[in-house]
Design a protein around this ligand. Structure first.
Ligand SMILES: [Zn+2]
Ligand SMILES: [Zn+2]
Length: 438
């Protein structure tokens, strides 16, 4: 074989023995995200560079050092001359969120029923120094929810992320850090207090942090350099500088996580590497990774990004996870990878209290091997039922305000339309009986 026929640095061949893990991750992401009511989106692997320079912030390493430029046709006669867009730089996508925001606006998704819930899976490219666990081509999956500021949405997608990792066999090793980085109202106050504090320590801080001091002092908080971390220990805490609205929002996210019984850890230093985050930010780590070196899943709210792109004011929240790292963890823990399947039961909920009950119930049924989906919207009973029958569910479980109070649910046979109210503790037996009969 010729000497130069090797894969490029920082890339990886996935051989047949490892494929079952990749397939299982895709299957779990598909099952959990579809049950959550997300639709899959696929965007191009390359985009105009502005999509990322506009959103990630000019101080981010991704924009300054890590983007792969895409060459035009090697044959110059193929280049469409005079085309305006043809002169712009194109890059391989270094992440998904900005590309999906571009797509949300370009495809007019703001007129779709909100919230618009999307999930994705695919390769990203960053020209990083190859080191263990980091690749120049790597794979991510993630979720983006547009058009809903409700703190329940933040908690729900953290719940979804947690359930995905749990299904991948990683739950007992996960720590979730959470913080709020505030909004454009809190930000000037945060910057002022942080620069006042860090100014005294500039000679001690690393070169990158000296740059961050000018561009975005919040990012000093998550510097991994030991000398910077020591200084950060005494820094003012972001949660103490939140405006009333952000404080109330954050409190409610945490309350919802408590209701869903998701363990979390308040980390006042967590800001995430990208400039576009507002309010809630979160990261999932391996519990043994006390230095927070390697994020398994991370995300947050980005309520200003769509507007920054020229779209209408639309709140949004999402997360992303690196599949290489998850697969490595699964192999390390010798996780067995079973088969996936389709949904037979739809859960329908009316009102906020019922919505909170919906996800834990979904999970409970799923753990029992019942193929189940949850219609998470705020739509009427009629339109949720229509959606359930479009999904060809055999049975619907309906929870309204009265059922929340009575601790009951309505079980509706989707084939003959007959329905009955049952107590929650009888629900599983009745569902199993019905599914066996059909
Ligand atoms: Zn605020
Ligand atoms: Zn630093």
């Amino acid at each position: 074989m010729a000497e130069n026929l090797q894969k490029p640095r920082g890339t990886k061949d996935i051989l047949p023995d490892e494929q079952k893990y990749w397939q299982y991750v895709s299957q779990v992401v598909f099952d959990k995200c579809e049950s959550f009511g997300c639709g899959k989106i696929t965007t191009p692997m390359f985009e105009f560079a502005e999509v990322f320079t506009k959103s990630l912030g000019s101080s981010s390493d991704i924009v300054t050092k890590e983007m792969f430029e895409v060459r035009r046709a090697i044959n110059p006669s193929l280049i469409e001359e005079g085309s305006e867009t043809d002169k712009k730089t194109m890059v391989l996508r270094p992440e998904f969120t900005a590309a999906i925001v571009r797509s949300y606006i370009e495809n007019g998704m703001k007129i779709w029923p909100q919230p618009v819930k999307l999930y994705y899976e695919g390769s990203c490219f960053r020209y990083e120094r190859p080191q263990s666990g980091r690749y120049r081509q790597f794979n991510q999956f993630g979720v983006e929810v547009f058009g809903d500021i409700d703190p329940l949405i933040d908690a729900s997608i953290i719940y979804l992320g947690y359930q995905i990792l749990k299904k991948l066999g990683l739950a007992q090793n996960i720590t979730i850090d959470i913080n709020s980085v505030g909004c454009s109202t809190c930000r000037p106050k945060m910057r002022k207090k942080l620069t006042d504090y860090f100014e005294k320590f500039l000679p001690t801080l690393c070169t990158d942090c000296n740059k961050r001091f000018i561009e975005n002092p919040l990012r000093i908080l998550d510097c991994k350099e030991e000398k910077c971390q020591k200084v950060v220990e005494g820094a003012p805490q972001l949660v103490d500088m939140l405006c009333t609205e952000c404080k109330t929002h954050f409190k409610s996210v945490l309350e919802n996580l408590d209701i869903m019984q998701i363990p979390y850890n308040l980390n006042s230093k967590l800001v995430r590497g990208l400039d576009y985050y507002t309010k809630t930010v979160f990261e999932f780590y391996d519990s043994n990774d006390t230095a927070r070196q390697s994020t398994l899943l991370g995300g947050g709210r980005y309520d200003n990004l769509i507007k920054m792109f020229g779209g209408s004011d639309t709140p949004a929240v999402g997360f992303g996870a690196g599949i290489e790292r998850l697969v490595e963890k699964m192999k390390e823990l010798e996780v067995e990878v079973p088969e996936g399947g389709r949904a037979e039961v739809s859960i329908i909920q009316i009102g906020d209290k019922a919505r909170k009950k919906c996800l834990p119930l979904l999970n409970e049924l799923e753990e029992l091997g019942i193929k189940v989906t949850c219609i998470m919207g705020k739509d009427s009973l009629k339109s949720q039922l229509r959606m359930a029958s479009r999904m060809k569910s055999k049975v619907s479980v309906i929870i309204g305000q009265r059922e929340v109070l009575d601790n009951s649910a309505i079980v509706r046979d989707m084939i003959d339309g007959v329905q009955e109210t049952v107590k929650m503790d009888k629900l599983i037996g009745i569902l199993k009986g019905k599914l066996d009969k059909i």
